[in-house]
Structures are given as structure tokens and as C-alpha cells.
Design a protein. Structure first.
Lengths: 330, 330
């Protein structure tokens, strides 16, 4: 299996994507194509000490910055690492793509070049959230921030396929993220999406509030990309703030509490692991005709390695074939 | 000072609102009017054992349920506890109102009956979030789920006035909740609001991401009510889920960890207190010509007491007079 990695994507590129690719080549054993400034990448790779046989470099002279406007930058920077990586995937020179770069640009380049699966009008980013009981697939967390109600139905169908075939749920429950449980709650947009989902063949269980998502109230949760992104970032931000608060409180406390903290440390580590974005690493961009995995801009090398692992699973489970099959039935 | 309390509002009414009112009468020393089914309220009050001299009951024969549509229920149920409580406030028989009932119905009844302050087109619910460094006022968290960009500017002005005069900030920083820091990020709605806020006299510092809100990146954060409500509920939901996870991990762990947990318990309690909705209790409905404090539907008696405390502060700080003053300057 060969994965193409955008070596210039993310806050600390190319150091982090290259280090993550090296970890993946060693641990997962896949082949890697690193796309970006050849000279710089080579320097980082040499420092990492290989495995050189499993990693090749494809030069790209431009980089799309995190703050650039997606559509314009993709159109203008044809030799950017994102555009070139997508081309490599399109030409079937790789099985999947991983990027921690400008999310909007990755979505735009993938949509324009790879095209969408039949029956999909907009792609959506799907994230697996850890909950109290079982993993929950939330789609969309930021690909499409101004969707139509119909797009949410399509997210439901794609999420259902993914939950069924990757997470092995027999008949996944699908819910609509809303600020109240009643079908009369929310904006007109949400109410229309509620009607479409209710009329579908999905195992739709109605609206779900954020609290219930954490309790494991549904297997698949659909929402507009703006809300989904806020959901994701509030979770991450709160997790960070809570750890920071805990550290401070412990610093301020007496030796007895400190002693206690040392004893409970393994428990915290185990909790942090569950909510840590580093652990799940990458989120698939569902609906495009190709396997594109988006990693967090602040990802470290372990997160990049895990994103590459997710991309390999996406290949092995034939997710896109299952989505096409499901969509044909609608 | 006299506070009117909707005794039929909330998941466990009238027991909880009555018990909260009793606590407030004892601790804060204010007079209370309880509105709702007189007979039932009297029964609960008798069990609480007073103070009977400070609490009067006004009968209301109807109750608006949590799942009823706001506008319709307010128009039809003229003798509901919410509508009657708002009337009492309007007639200046009380200084402020507290309700844990159907939020939409409270917003609707207050807007229709009390009217809005000059220069305000829509009211907004303001919540004080605890952050790592200082309290942050987030407005709106659910009064207006489909706002215009102009409403967000008005929230900024009201939030600025409140932060200045209640939280004693000299020149509060105002930020716009968004999924990226750059002004090019977000929906057209958010971009338009960004322009209006940039052109205002406010100390506007641009977009803010959820993570930065927790870090104390701004004194006032404005957002549409749907997003704000998701923000609030994700925070609450995650806090609950994290405590639950912690409890489970500790149960599963060995005696050394358990011993450690007992020693660190005071630290957890201190953190929980900071993020606990019970502690801040009530959120003012800003922009209506009257002091209306909205409590959580799941509020317990301590939360209701704290909401009554917030309402007393709202009266003492002359927040509405300051808002009117600020709005006149725009």
C-alpha cells in the first residue's frame, strides 16, 4: 500500500509530516510519497535516518499557507504540495492521501480534481468521537460550512455506510445535532433536514443534544460543518483547559494532594488518551472519489502516523465502494 | 428588593424553584413572589418551613411545558406562570424575574410584553464562562437562533456595557466566535458581522476560536444563538462525561490509585465548581426592558438560588441603564 503525504501541511511542516511518515513506514510498513520542497524534506528525512527504501519524495515548489483562501490558492498554486498530492492520488500512483494543511484547500482541490461520488453533492469530514459507551461518527466537522438540508441526508447515508462497514455496527442509529430534542426545535435549516432524515431509510432517531453525543446516544451524528467544527474545537479546547486547570490546582495544593496526584497519574493518562486528537489522528473526507484523510494543523508526528493508519484502514475496508452501494439504494 | 420566580419552570418544578426561592430568601434576604399553582406551591413551601413572611404566592392556572412551541404557547396560555410572572415584572410589582422554564417562551413573553430597549432589535442570553484567566461573557447562547449580523453588533455593545459595569473591565475586548482566526474564515453571516464589529467603536479584536475562549482570549464573545447554545451544551456535556470517565477509571483501578483519588478529591471538587452551571446559576436576557434571568431547565435549588443572586446583582448594577447609555452613543 502506498500513501501520499502532504509534507508542507500543518503548523510545523515539513518536520512533523516527515517524522510522522517515517514512523508510519516503520510501524505500519506502508510505502510513502512525500510531496513538497525536495531539498528541505531530504534534510529532515536524513536526520530521521530512513527507512529510505520505503519513502520517495516528489518535488512541489509552492506551499498553500494555513490562512490563504482555499479556492483562489488552489487555482493559482498549481505546483503546491496539496494540488500535486491530489494529482498523484488521482493518477492512482497512491492509494490514499494524508494532509495536515489548509483544510479548505484540501477539500477544494480534492473536490475539483477527484470529483464527487455519484449521489453526493458536497463532501463532509467525518470524525470519530470517543464517548462514554462507544465511538460516535460525527459528520461534517468543517468541509461544508453553509450546507443545504439535502447534504445532511447524504452525510447520514455516508456515515451509516462507514459505521456499518468500518465500526461494525449492524444497524447504526443516526441523529441530527440540535439544541433541543423536540422536532420543533432549531433553525428552519435543521427542521428541513429533520424531515428529510425522517423520511429516509436510515435508522434515524431524531435530534440529539451535545450532552447526549458524549453519552453515546447515537452511532452517527450529522450536522452543518460550522456547528460540527465548533463542536470539535470546543471539545479539544475544554479538554486542554481542564488539564491545565488540574495542573495548576495540583501545584497550589499541599504535599498530600501531590502524593495523591502521583498515584492517580495513570488514570489521567488513560482519560487524556481517550479524548486526545493525537490518538485518532485523521478524519476522512467522505464523498470524494478517492481516499483523502485530513489531519489537524497542530498534529504532532504520532498524530500524522495515526492519520496514515486511518488512511490504510479506509483503503482496506473499501469504504467508498460501500458508500456508492448505499447511495444507489436511495 | 423583590424577585418574581416562575415556580412552574424547570424539569423538577415546582419543588426545585420553591426550594431555591426559600434558600434565596434566607441567604440573600430578598422578597420573593412565587407564580404558579397556588395549592401545590403552598404544599412545598410548608414542607420547606418558610420564611413565610418574605415569600408570597400568585396563582397561575396554566403551565407552559418545556417542549411547547414558544410563540403559540405564550399567545394561548395567558394564565401560565411565565406570562403572569412577566406581567408582574412589567407592572413594577417586582424588580427582576427568574425562570428555569421553556427558554423560548420566556424570551417570547418578555420581548412581547416588556418590549426591547431602544436600539436593540433582538434580545440575547449572556452567560459568564469560567476560563483559565478571567470570566468571559458569551452572548447569545440561545435567545435568537437565526440572527442578522447587526444583532451581533448589538450583542457586542450590550456585552461591553455589562463587562464594564458588572465585571469591572475598563476597556473590554470583544471577539467574534468563529472556526478560524482569519477574517476570511467562516460563513457570509460571520464575515458580515466581522465587518460591522470592525467598524464599531468597540475594542474588537477579531475572530476567536473556541479553544482561545477557554484560555481567556477575550472579555466578551458574540455569536449566533444556535452556535452559542451548542458551545454551552458541549462544555456542560463534556464536563459531565469527563467526571463520569474519571469515576469509572478509578473504580477499575487498583487500591493505590484509589488511595490517590481520595487525596486528590478536594482538587477535583474545586475544578468541578469552576465549570459547574449550578455555581453561576442564571443568565440574563439582555436587551429587554426589564430584568429577566434565565436558569437551566435542569437547575437544582442551589442553582435557582444563584440565579436569584444574579438577578439581584443585575438590579444593583443598573445594567439596563448602562446599556441604554452605550446604545445612545452608537
Amino acid at each position: 500500500m502506498k500513501i501520499v503525504v502532504d509534507a508542507m501541511g500543518g503548523d510545523r511542516a515539513p518536520a512533523v509530516p516527515v517524522a510522522g511518515a517515517v514512523l508510519a513506514a516503520k510501524e505500519i510498513g506502508c510505502d510513502i510519497i512525500l510531496v513538497g520542497c525536495e531539498k528541505t524534506i531530504k534534510g529532515v528525512l536524513d536526520k530521521c535516518g530512513g527507512p529510505f527504501g520505503k519513502i520517495e519524495i516528489v518535488n512541489a515548489s509552492e506551499t498553500i499557507r494555513m490562512d490563504e483562501q482555499a479556492a483562489i490558492s488552489v487555482r493559482k498554486k498549481r505546483d503546491s504540495s496539496i494540488v500535486r498530492a491530489v494529482e498523484i492520488l488521482k493518477n492512482k500512483e497512491a492509494d490514499a492521501l494524508v494532509s495536515a494543511g489548509n483544510t479548505g484547500a484540501v477539500v477544494c482541490a480534492a473536490t475539483l480534481s477527484l470529483r464527487l461520488l455519484p449521489g453526493v453533492d458536497r463532501p463532509g469530514i467525518a470524525v470519530v468521537f470517543p464517548t462514554l459507551t462507544k465511538p460516535c461518527l460525527v459528520i461534517d466537522v468543517g468541509a461544508n460550512i453553509d450546507p443545504k438540508p439535502l447534504h445532511l441526508l447524504q452525510y447520514g447515508i455516508m456515515g451509516d455506510a462507514c459505521s456499518r462497514h468500518v465500526l461494525n455496527k449492524e444497524r447504526p442509529t443516526v441523529a441530527l445535532l440540535n439544541i433541543g430534542e423536540e422536532s420543533t426545535k432549531g433553525t428552519d435549516f435543521v427542521k428541513e433536514a429533520h424531515i428529510l432524515l425522517s423520511e429516509s431509510k436510515l435508522n434515524f432517531i431524531g435530534n440529539i443534544e451535545p450532552k447526549e453525543v458524549y453519552e453515546g446516544g447515537a452511532d452517527v451524528v450529522v450536522c452543518d460543518g460550522f456547528i460540527g467544527n465548533v463542536f470539535l474545537k470546543v471539545t479539544e479546547g475544554f479538554a486542554d483547559a481542564a488539564s491545565e486547570l488540574l495542573k495548576r490546582e495540583l501545584k497550589a495544593s499541599n504535599w498530600m494532594t501531590k502524593f495523591g496526584a502521583i498515584l492517580t497519574l495513570p488514570t489521567f493518562k488513560s482519560i487524556k488518551k481517550r479524548v486526545d486528537a493525537t490518538e485518532y489522528g485523521g478524519a476522512p473526507l467522505m464523498g470524494v472519489d478517492g481516499r483523502v484523510i485530513i489531519a489537524h494543523g497542530s498534529a504532532n508526528d504520532v498524530a500524522i502516523k495515526n492519520a496514515i493508519k486511518v488512511s490504510a484502514e479506509y483503503v482496506n475496508h473499501h469504504v467508498n465502494a460501500h458508500i456508492i452501494e448505499e447511495l444507489e439504494n436511495y
